[in-house]
Design a protein around this ligand. Sequence first.
Ligand code: AMP
Length: 453
Amino acid sequence: MRFSELGLHEAVQKAVAEQGYTDPTPIQAAAIPVVLEGGDVIGIAQTGTGKTAAFTLPLLTRLAKGQAAPGAVRALVLAPTRELAVQIEENVRAYSRHLPLRVAVVFGGVGERPQITALRQGCDLLVATPGRLLDLASQGHGDFRDLEVLVLDEADRMLDMGFLPSIRRIVRGLPRDRQTLMFSATLSKEIEQLTSEFQRSPRLVQVGRRSNPAETVEQAFYECPHNLKQLLLAHLLQQPGWDSVLVFSRTKHGADRICRKLAGAGVEALAIHANRSQSQRQRALESFRSGRIRVLVATDIASRGIDVDGITHVVNFDFPDQLEDYVHRIGRTGRAQATGNSVTFLTSEDLPELRKLERLVGKPLPKACRAPGFDYEAATKQAFAAPAPDAAPRPHNRGPGHDRRQRESRPQAPRPGAWHGGRREGGGPGQPGSGGQGRPGPGGKRSWGRNRG
Ligand code: AMP
């Protein structure tokens, strides 16, 4: 299948060719003709499969027929994070470069003025995060009465982030007679609910297993107690081919700590997480994309929408709290047709999660093993001598009222010690006798750390 067979506008095809794409990816081949028909579509596709172009290209083909009046918005794409919004906008600009369309993006954390100006001029396509869009709309900016198309991108993530009330408010202000496209990595009950609320007889488009990053990414699982993680990371970064590395931390503070420690080991790294300003995040992303720094450390939420080609390795420094995030994380490497590598550090408390992950991914994962060439004994001695703990403990027992991400944390249990292999098996200095970072592995016997020599 070629792009020329999909019925896209010629100007769009030309722009696509200039991007260097020859053939559509499976989600593009499946979704583009259906979106062009004008009905509602629910697309289930993992990250990195080319789903942005899957909705953008037919959308631009539709929009090419008209032009926004001043103040009016013709198509709205809602995205969960600023990074994703910016990336979608960049893609839209690239694909629409031969069309006289107005494109704008609005998201929080930056000044409103330029965004208001763009809305006043009118936009054929507006990309927005829900919070800022509501702010601006409630001040009377943007006329959505003639909106033709609504796209909810990464709808599953928007739900996880608690955007449902905002999305409902936004949708209430849109015409009923519109085309609604929804993209999600998973088809959960919640997503089905969203579909019935916002869509009319949607067609389901789902890409096959071929584009699942869990299949295109070479995955490894290395045993690693908390206090050796930093040393293992430094060791891996010395290996050949580790040219562009995205490291995932469970927490914002953890991400900063990883950067600090890497700096101490002579590796420049930058972090992106929710405590960073938009311009700091953009700068970090740009430095990473341009290759000025080779290590970017991210939390899950901040990482959504990181669209950087050529990431050679993804490192799960901390096992994801939410299993679906594993697929999103490793999908940052091996994007589109390229292959990639992922390495997951496993403490013994992560083991039960690995079994669940296998069920989610639907295929056996490689066995956990010791990292080749890494001297665990020497590293343990070094960690003992180190001035501060490197542990990023998995939180426990947070009680009711937390979101799904948090509910997935395991209950606290008294720990018998030993298998973390660390000097400080409990919490950090501020948490004396905090009961430790976890619990024993199955049967209390699974153990890797200093005792395994
Ligand atoms: P996405 O899943 O939309 O984040 O896209 C993943 C990556 O694939 C991005 O870097 C796109 O630029 C790239 N891409 C999208 N469509 C194609 C295509 N048809 N051929 C090659 N690369 C593509």
